[in-house]
Ligand binder design. Structure first.
Ligand SMILES: *Cc1c(COP(=O)(O)O)cnc(C)c1O
Length: 430
């Protein structure tokens, strides 16, 4: 399988090349030259496989030229090493919980799989690879955990001082080893601008073997199909609708590529917060760009979702084909809090703000379809957003066992100013 640039200005590359560079030289996102298709009969047969066998079957065509089958299967087994419960809310609604991994967010799956692939693909290069990543919270933690102690890799994470939660900061700063945390005296946008500048500094890229681990990397994107395979295996018939809380639209784009392979999910909902460029596009067919708005579901505070071009490609840029399968809705913080209270009061279910947005998308869609059943995706453990959850529900959350110890581990971080020169000096000094 080769991957082409969605800007159509670069040569197609191998999985390995797409993984190591992240983005095409023409700045386009990589997309597979072919989407494997399976028949309805195939999909029924897939139910008898274990999840790790099915995950292998679906991802193998994308990767097999670069990673041998037994190694790939081992990476899948290591990635899917925690539970993905499907919890019943009522007769027509279930929730797929993706937050039982080490950093309590669904990004653990993509980050772990990518780190294993990267560790493998660089093993014969005798130079250390530096993974540079800017985070507004969840990405950094998942990348740090995924790459911890991967031989030949140093991870440098930039995060904005005072703008990540206390738990997120612990997740970024307590690993030590090959994980370095830079506390930037600035905003997330400053962090991202510094990282971008580093990638444009060809001399530095060469010298430090710089690579990125952001969500546009195909090795983080494609394994996100796994949990939808798991969802399918738990159903007795085609799934009417799945609602995904969406920010950069990588997660939902993975669901849609699996669907393009025949995964029997009939309708897909992108549930957004006040950052509603895509819901607006569904109404008007126009992209009206605004700057990002801060919300309580802050992992989705993204003005211009990078992965949306992949979704358009899946539907061959046909708007009618796209909207027959996918809907997009936007909800305010007040609606999100009401949904959290509603789920807690009526079903004793504690949702985090991201999951609550997805619930709203599903409820909205099912409103006049009493005979249909659907699933919403819960992407973060409520404890990750304990302040807002505790305040909204007037209840106290217990820290999950996975992080209880973490709360007391000392931090290791380097403070830097929000200037590229400071980042460069840091990178050259290590
Ligand atoms: C990253 C994130 C999202 C958004 O996922 P995308 O793939 O960027 O659409 C949603 N919820 C949580 C908790 C996240 O961390």
């Amino acid at each position: 399988m080769t991957y082409f640039s969605l800007n159509f200005g670069s040569q197609p590359v191998s999985f390995r090349e797409a993984l190591l560079t992240g983005q095409a030289p023409d700045k386009g996102l990589y997309f597979p030259t072919e989407i494997p298709k399976y028949s309805p009969k195939n999909w029924l047969d897939f139910k008898s496989l274990s999840l790790t066998e099915l995950a292998f079957k679906i991802i193998e065509p994308y990767i097999k030229d670069d990673i041998p089958a037994p190694i790939l299967q081992d990476f899948i087994n290591k990635t899917l090493s925690f539970s993905l419960p499907i919890v019943k809310i009522n007769e027509s609604i279930k929730v797929l919980e993706l937050f039982h991994g080490p950093t309590l967010a669904f990004k653990d799956i993509g980050a772990k799989f990518m780190s294993l692939c990267l560790g493998y693909c660089i093993q014969n290069t005798n130079k250390t690879t530096t993974v540079l990543v800017a985070t507004s919270g969840d990405t950094g933690g998942a990348v740090a955990q995924g790459f911890l102690n991967v031989a030949g890799v140093e991870v440098v994470i930039l995060y904005p001082k005072g703008r990540v939660s206390a738990l997120q900061e612990q997740q970024l700063t307590t690993h030590g080893s090959n994980i370095k945390a830079l506390e930037v005296e600035g905003s997330f946008d400053d962090c991202q601008a510094m990282v971008k500048e580093a990638f444009m500094d060809t001399q530095l890229v060469e010298l430090k073997n710089l690579t990125s681990a952001n969500s546009i990397n195909v090795a983080r994107w494609l394994p996100q199909q796994f949990y939808y395979l798991h969802l399918w295996q738990s159903f007795n018939q085609a799934i009417d609708v799945v609602s995904v809380p969406s920010g950069n639209f990588g997660n939902i784009a993975a669901l849609l590529i699996a669907q393009a392979s025949g995964l029997p999910i009939k309708h897909v909902i992108a549930a957004c917060n006040a950052n509603k460029i895509i819901p607006d596009y569904f109404k008007s067919q126009n992209f009206i760009e605004r700057s990002s708005i801060a919300t309580i579901s802050n992992a989705m505070d993204i003005a211009k979702p990078s992965n949306f071009v992949r979704i358009q490609q899946i539907f061959n840029n046909n708007f009618n084909a796209l909207t027959s399968v996918m809907s997009a809705y936007s909800f305010s913080d007040d609606e999100t809090k009401d949904a959290m209270r509603y789920l807690f009061k009526n079903y004793n279910y504690i949702a985090d703000p991201h999951g609550a947005v997805a619930f709203l998308g599903l409820k909205n869609y099912l409103n006049n379809k009493p005979q249909q059943q659907g699933v919403f995706v819960e992407t973060a453990h409520p404890y990750k957003f304990s302040n807002i959850v505790e305040e909204t529900l007037v209840t106290k959350l217990t820290p999950p066992v996975a992080i209880q110890n973490l709360l007391h581990v000392p931090q290791h971080k380097t403070k830097i100013k929000p200037f590229y020169k400071d980042l460069k000096d840091y990178l050259l000094s290590t």
